[in-house]
Design a protein. Structure first.
Length: 413
């Protein structure tokens, strides 16, 4: 991280007037040149107003305590107009539980929460462990391969298929729909219009509607579709709301874990002393998982909209203003997290990170994400796998999902 931060500081795109600094540019994330910009904002203007951006004017909240204050104040800062910096056109808008306030939010959240409750997680651990072992055993030896595809995506997509009781042979559709859902349309790209994005996601709705019709006519089961189909809070959803909740659950179950699986391997390569520490003391796995999630911060931001005039960090936020909480910056705030720019698996208060958010919208599947990462690292250590990073990671161009499309590695047999 120190090397990357020094390289980032040399990039003069952050040495501009604060009034012109727009940290939402996706290219910064793809090039891994976001760190100096956020460091500058934390020091010079922690609650920063950007007048001109591709997403319109917005406030950046970049320090840990200010982010927590916004995230836990749902009456003043609402998610009902969206949770990303991108404004979705009205004709493509989809309602979902993360875009709701009380009481409807709690009713829908409580509908699906049993699948990630303690009893369910206890049962899932055995299944996860068997799948992790099968995935690791099936990886190539002594030749380079893409860790993202063969491990990160495969493990999380198998888990998603289980949570939805989705046809296993079609599970990669879940990854595809997740990627489409978090893509802001851009000319010249695969998803070049909102209409195209909506057309693809309508295919997702059609597929899941067939599953819904099967489940609603059967006995209640512990899968996400059955839970929603049989709950008074969700069984009468409009199709667009059903799709909105599907996308929320698919993305939430995919991106946090998938990109932390990749990030964790990358960080252990960049910090070999931490890998030795973990190898020498496997009991540090749970602590290491929390540090991986902090250091990766797989969801870079969450957006809120001010519903009343408010003060944050000494700045006047007006009703209607777009407020972006940069979790990725708050997780590097050294006023709260000591030596925040370094990867330290046994740091004090290791769970004190922002990656899962706070307040009523705190990540529902956070314990499942931690479980998958813990089991993966326990199995890597138990099998004494020597997984070497053999090339630079390829990052995705997104200011929302902080993730990877490729990480070349080799397992030395």
């Amino acid at each position: 991280m120190t090397r990357r931060l020094e390289d980032d500081r040399a990039d003069d795109t952050c040495v501009i007037p604060l009034s012109k600094l727009d940290v939402s540019e996706s290219k910064r994330f793809q090039d891994d040149r976001i760190w100096a910009c956020f460091e500058r904002l934390r020091k010079e203007d922690p609650v920063h107003y950007c007048q001109n951006s591709a997403h319109g004017p917005y406030w950046s909240v970049t320090k840990y305590r200010d982010i927590v204050a916004v995230d836990t104040s749902h009456k003043a800062f609402s998610s009902e107009r969206g949770v990303t910096i991108v404004d979705v056109p009205d004709e493509h808008w989809m309602q979902s539980l993360i875009k709701m306030g009380p009481p409807k939010h709690a009713e829908q959240r409580n509908t699906v929460s049993p699948i990630v409750g303690p009893e369910s997680l206890t049962k899932l651990e055995t299944l996860i462990r068997s799948r992790v072992r099968a995935i690791l055993d099936g990886l190539p030896r002594n030749e380079a391969f893409n860790w993202v595809d063969l491990v990160s995506i495969e493990l999380t997509t198998q888990m998603l298929a289980t949570l939805f009781d989705f046809p296993f042979e079609d599970r990669r559709l879940l990854t595809y729909w997740s990627d489409v859902a978090v893509t802001a349309p851009k000319a010249g790209h695969a998803i070049d219009s909102w209409d195209k994005r909506s057309a693809i996601l309508s295919e997702c709705l059609d597929y899941f509607t067939d599953l819904w019709n099967e489940r609603i006519n059967g006995e209640p089961r512990l899968d996400l579709i059955s839970l929603m189909a049989h709950s008074p809070a969700t069984r009468n959803m409009e199709p667009s709301e059903f799709l909105g909740n599907l996308i929320l659950l698919i993305v939430g179950g995919n991106d946090t874990t998938r990109n932390s699986i990749t990030g964790g391997l990358l960080f252990m390569s960049e910090y070999p002393s931490e890998l030795r520490k973990l190898t020498d003391s496997p009991k540090l796995v749970s602590s290491a998982v929390s540090e991986i999630i902090r250091y990766q911060t797989p969801i870079a931001h969450m957006r809120r909209t001010a519903v009343v005039d408010s003060i944050v960090g000494g700045k006047q936020i007006r009703k209607g203003d777009k407020v972006v909480m940069w979790y990725i910056s708050g997780n590097r705030d050294e006023e709260v997290i000591e030596n925040a720019h370094s990867f330290v698996i046994d740091r004090k208060n290791v769970r004190q990170h922002l990656s899962f958010g706070f307040g009523i919208h705190r990540c529902l599947g956070r314990h499942l994400a931690e479980l998958q990462l813990r089991v993966l690292w326990e199995e890597i250590l138990g099998a004494r796998l020597q997984v070497k990073v053999v090339g630079e990671p390829e990052r995705i161009a997104s200011n929302f999902v902080h993730g990877y499309s490729a990480l070349p590695v080799r397992i030395e047999a």
